[in-house]
Ligand binder design. Structure first.
Ligand code: ZN
Length: 84
């Protein structure tokens, strides 16, 4: 099962069509598209601005990750979108 659900639009998509954000179990840092050795609670987002905006509203991201989300994370995710 490689389909994951975007927390912005709630659609199921293939893993490689989504941005993955993981709260790393080892250091608690949030990592965007981490390597396969990073484990922790994760969320997925489509590569589009609408989904990213939605995910960062109302602490949605924090609720899913059960971790504090730094302000700069949104900018980093948007960079990821631009560079994709
Ligand atoms: Zn989406």
């Amino acid at each position: 099962m490689t389909e994951r659900r975007c927390i912005g639009c709630w659609q199921l998509k293939n893993r490689d069509e989504l941005i993955k954000i993981t709260a790393d179990n080892s250091d608690g840092e949030l990592k965007i598209n981490p390597d396969t050795l990073t484990f922790g609670r994760s969320v997925y987002l489509c590569y589009n601005k609408t989904c990213i905006e939605k995910a960062f509203k109302k602490n949605k991201m924090e609720k899913h990750l059960k971790a504090p989300v730094p302000n700069e994370l949104k900018g980093q995710v948007l960079d990821e979108l631009r560079n994709s």
